[in-house]
Design a protein around this ligand. Structure first.
Ligand code: FAD
Length: 411
């Protein structure tokens, strides 16, 4: 097809946000041209399986595509892959690609997500050091495993690092996890949950080191050979998997004058401070009603998806502020964690059920109100707990702690 020089709506990014924006626009009755531009070389695919079934080899690429490849053509959504948007000319209402090509827009939706933060220590450019953000990253890990890599060091005890550790154990690797903080999941979960997952990974044979940072990486023939910790210890390894967060991919927007210091700032309708430019997903800093309107970025499928829908509706004249209840999940070993709400500022955490029996929830309260739940192998608590959060329910912690009483009876 001829390359487009202008589209009614240009979407930057083909992840969960970008893909859903196009889908939702068509669902809302948008009939004019849509062009999706992405650095990715693969049609829109899901990222969560990258540290789960796709890494394990249990799901091939076809099964993690957001839609079958023919879908985009059928819906009249032009998709250009392998292109980098390097500049936004807000005055001319054009995006500029790496090769200088300019493409005009009426509305621009920026769904750039983030680039994986990389190690900056000596040795961090050796072969065998991997991020887990793109399909190609995981293909590279799998290629190393196929050629005999067996000893892995995972840097970072967040969800992605821990999920990768669980899969690498399943694939029979020796796994060491290094976490610089004093507990895993420090940024996203309460102490109880961290402690549970620490014990679980150790039980599964992971050598988990807390309060341990990477000092440098030593190589042999250009490939990683050992990670040297800040305690001076050398951990011999064949691969290093790095899960230490992302840097929001918003450079061209900020250069175009959009406000933002941690990603790009958006209002309740996902509008940036620049006319006709919206931003959604991992890169969009917004006032979240489930965090007392604190300005935060959320890195979740729910957030990317719901912001995309909110934006499509706003563009089509059905303005509804973004107020979706946050939810998230993580799979490690046989543990299915489901999270709802934001526990960020909780002042009380109540345990329900039995961690020993591998089925329990942590209910987070703030000033007596239920603000979030982490549910491990406990779907009912997750489903019913949602309602407690939505109702901003004030519930006696002693009642919450009784795992025999369904949460719906407490509302
Ligand atoms: P992304 O999906 O990152 O998409 C960004 C897109 O923008 C990419 O296509 C990128 O190539 C493109 N891009 C960026 N800059 C430019 C540019 N300048 N020019 C052209 N293209 C550009 N969430 C959950 O809810 N549950 C989970 O279990 C879960 N597991 C995860 C596991 C892994 C390994 C990862 C990486 C993420 C996981 N997430 C999970 C998070 C979730 O995948 C993200 O929140 C979601 O992908 C965000 O969507 P997005 O559209 O904002 O960004």
């Amino acid at each position: 097809p001829a390359r487009m020089e202008r589209a009614d709506i240009v979407i930057v990014g083909s992840g969960h946000g970008g893909a859903q924006a196009a889908i939702a626009l068509r669902q809302q009755g948008h009939e004019d041209s849509i062009l999706m531009l992405s650095r990715d070389r693969t049609p829109p695919y899901e990222r969560p399986p990258l540290s789960k079934e796709y890494l394990a080899g249990d799901k091939p690429l076809e099964r993690i595509l957001i839609r079958p490849p023919s879908f985009w053509e059928d819906k009249g959504v032009a998709v250009e892959l392998g292109v980098n948007v390097s500049e936004v000319d807000a005055m001319a209402r054009e995006v500029v690609l790496g090769d200088g090509r300019r493409i005009g827009y009426r509305k621009l939706i920026w769904a750039g997500g983030g680039d994986p933060r990389r190690l900056s220590c000596p040795g961090s450019d050796l072969a065998g050091i991997h991020s887990v953000r793109h399909r190609m990253d995981v293909d590279a890990i799998r290629a190393d495993l196929e050629t005999g890599a067996r000893r892995a060091v995972v840097v970072g005890g967040g969800y992605i690092g821990l999920e990768a550790a669980a899969i690498l154990r399943k694939l029979d690797c020796e796994v060491t996890v290094l976490e610089a903080q004093r507990r895993v999941l420090n940024r996203v979960a309460g102490e109880e949950l961290s402690g549970f997952y620490e014990a679980e990974h150790r039980r599964q044979g992971v050598d988990l080191r807390l309060e341990t940072a990477v000092e440098r990486i030593e190589g042999k023939d250009g490939r990683v050979a050992a990670v040297i910790t800040d305690a001076g210890e050398a951990i011999a390894c064949d691969i290093v998997v790095v899960g230490i967060g992302i840097v929001p991919s918003v450079g061209p927007l900020i250069a175009a004058g959009a406000a933002g210091s941690n990603g790009v700032d958006v209002d309740g309708y996902c509008r940036t401070s620049v006319d006709d430019i919206y931003a959604i997903g991992d890169c969009a800093a917004h006032a979240n009603p489930f965090a007392d309107n604190a300005v935060i970025r959320l890195e979740s499928v729910q957030n990317a998806h719901d912001m995309a829908t909110c934006t499509a509706k706003a563009i089509m004249g059905d303005k509804q502020p973004y107020e979706a209840l946050p939810w998230f999940w993580s799979n490690q070993y046989d543990l299915k964690l489901q999270t709802v709400g934001l526990s960020l500022d909780h002042d009380e955490a109540v345990l329900r059920g039995d961690p020993e029996a591998r089925s329990f929830s942590v209910v987070y309260l703030k000033e007596g109100r239920v603000i979030a739940l982490d549910c491990v192998n406990r779907v009912k608590d997750y489903v019913q707990g949602k309602k407690l959060i939505e109702a901003r329910a004030e519930i006696d912690p002693e009642l919450l702690a009784d795992g025999e009483v369904p949460l719906k009876e407490l509302l």
